[in-house]
Design a protein around this ligand. Structure first.
Ligand SMILES: [Zn+2]
Length: 274
């Protein structure tokens, strides 16, 4: 009898907690979504992944570049819809043309991608896209699905297997980083990315420049390209068309939006010779 009452009470409490979590979890533009894993655990998973990334890749040993990437990232973070976590930005020294966001706000840019960009607004376009994935919890949602509900609950409620669940989440998360998001998730990150970059003071033309460069790279068959954007995927042209349409709708844009080409070109000179 008592056990049954306890069980019912536990189920009711769990249900209440789930309702509370799903209400508390918002994405870009204030959209609500159902997330089991709370931000605290998401950050723990992201921190574990960051440790693995930095253990296998070379962080660019240039504090000026690290500060520059953080400055641009933080400008976008300041106006974004997710303020319950701290964001981290790092430049990786690698010819891979890539950038990605791990759950919990750990964002990485490869020098290979940064060398392809011509101005700060193009870098900010990639940055705003990655931050949008974090705001929309795309990484943690995908991980939650891959982990399965039982493990996700173990993580969220800190049961006996929480430590193992965390290790499993970090391992799975690493595998998912380069797997690419769904088209729906990409569309959402593109849309909010353009919105955020303009709100942070960047000319959204930077997004068009960025898309064009990555699409051209794909045509040349460059490997390891940023989120498969430049692969010969039919979605690439659709994404470019969507960006054009969105920017057309945003007219007239406020005056004073920046591209910052000269500063960016100066920064590129700091990279080690290839
Ligand atoms: Zn993306």
């Amino acid at each position: 009898m008592t056990t049954r009452v306890f069980r019912v009470r536990a189920i009711v409490l769990a249900a209440m907690f789930v309702v509370f979590l799903s209400c508390a979890t918002t994405g870009p533009g204030g959209q609500k979504s159902f997330i089991i894993i709370p931000s605290g655990q998401e950050v723990e998973i992201g921190a574990g992944m960051a440790q693995q990334v930095e253990g296998t890749e070379t962080v660019l040993p240039d504090s000026v570049w690290q500060a520059y990437l953080t400055e641009v990232g933080q400008k976008i973070v300041d106006i974004c819809d997710r303020q319950d976590i701290e964001y981290h930005f790092k430049v990786i020294q690698s010819d891979q043309i890539n950038a990605f966001a791990a759950p919990g706000g750990y964002i990485y840019f490869y020098t290979g991608l940064l060398r392809e960009m011509d101005n700060e607004a193009e870098m900010a376009a990639v940055m705003a896209h990655e931050i949008s994935h974090v705001v929309a919890r795309h990484g943690i949602k995908r991980l939650q699905k891959a982990l399965g509900v039982a493990l996700a609950y173990e993580l969220a409620f800190g049961g006996e297997g929480a430590g193992q669940a965390l290790d499993a989440a970090i391992g799975l998360g690493m595998g998912l980083v380069f797997a690419g998001y769904s088209r729906g998730a990409e569309r959402e990150a593109d849309r909010f990315g353009i919105h955020y970059m303009a709100k942070a003071g960047y000319d959204p033309q930077g997004a068009l420049g960025m898309f064009d460069k990555l699409a051209a790279l794909g045509d040349r068959g460059a490997p390891n390209v940023f989120e498969q954007l430049a692969s010969s995927h039919p979605a690439t042209q659709e994404r470019i068309a969507n960006a054009h349409a969105q920017i057309a709708e945003m007219q007239p844009l406020p005056p004073g939006l920046i591209l910052n080409e000269s500063r960016y070109q100066q920064m590129l000179k700091r990279f080690p010779a290839k």
